[in-house]
Design a binder for this molecule. Sequence first.
Ligand code: AHR
Length: 328
Amino acid sequence: MLKKIITLAASAVVVTALSACGGGGDGGADAAGSGDGGGELTMGFAQVGAESGWRSANTKSIQESAKAAGVELKFSDAQQKQENQIKAIRSYIQQKVDVIAFSPVVETGWDTVLLEAKRAQIPVILTDRAVDSDDDSLYETFIGSDFVKEGEKAGEWLVGEAGSDPTKVVEIQGTTGAAPAIDRKAGFEDAIKGSSNIEVVASQTGDFTRSGGKQVMEAFLKSNPDIDVVYAHNDDMGLGAIEAIEAAGKVPGQDIKIITVDAVKDGMTALSEGKINFIVECNPLLGDQLMDAAEKVVAGDELPKRIETEETTFDQEQATAALPDRQY
Ligand code: AHR
């Protein structure tokens, strides 16, 4: 993991995330993709799904940016299934789009379909989530967050908050095998490893959904009566955990502290109300950067292999101040 962190850090180019994009429609769910606009460049985009508030904001950003850039977008929603994304990518290859972009549901298992795109001479851009492949010639660039760093920020906050108090943590992980689940877990573990008073007593996937977070938290509360902290890999699962904690007669944010990742409006509202204690930001507004990269790639320009978004963290006071201007 250390090797991976060093490699990522060395190749990272930090670019301030563009914060434009507002209004517009929701993502369609057609498997093969539907046209949206009539520009010169055609992009096939295979989205993960609609599992979270973050994802909806990401879809909206991509659709609006495509429209603004005059890019004809063929959009598909894989409903969190890798086989659906592979089908969509194959369909974009058949349709001979100019560029394919996708956010891989999981990290592994992409080499075959990416090779098919390469042989068809269609460039591929990864957005939001990376792939784990030995062959980085299979894609042009990755645009998104440093998920390891996000996990570290969550862990660092907890180390400061816990001091020397014995602290029992339960972790609600994202989708098994997904880059943000793997990396946010690793970054968090790394940050707390010097604090023997902090113990992760249970860790399970909630699949990045609110209902998943609620279900997992209900089970945790039954098997672990004395939980001090929940670390949820996204806001939605943290919000689900809040429902379970309240139903169990406890006070979220006080009896059980909650750390999440994303900083979407619902999460920020809960933080501002004191139900969540700390949020690590993950920026979903990748649309403008993606359209810009697509135009460059199609024009034959070479791009850095990683283009990372800059992100911050929020405590209660900062969330209250940021909420009125929050776009998503
Ligand atoms: O890949 C980004 C993650 O996916 C977001 O943190 C989460 O909310 C989403 O479902």
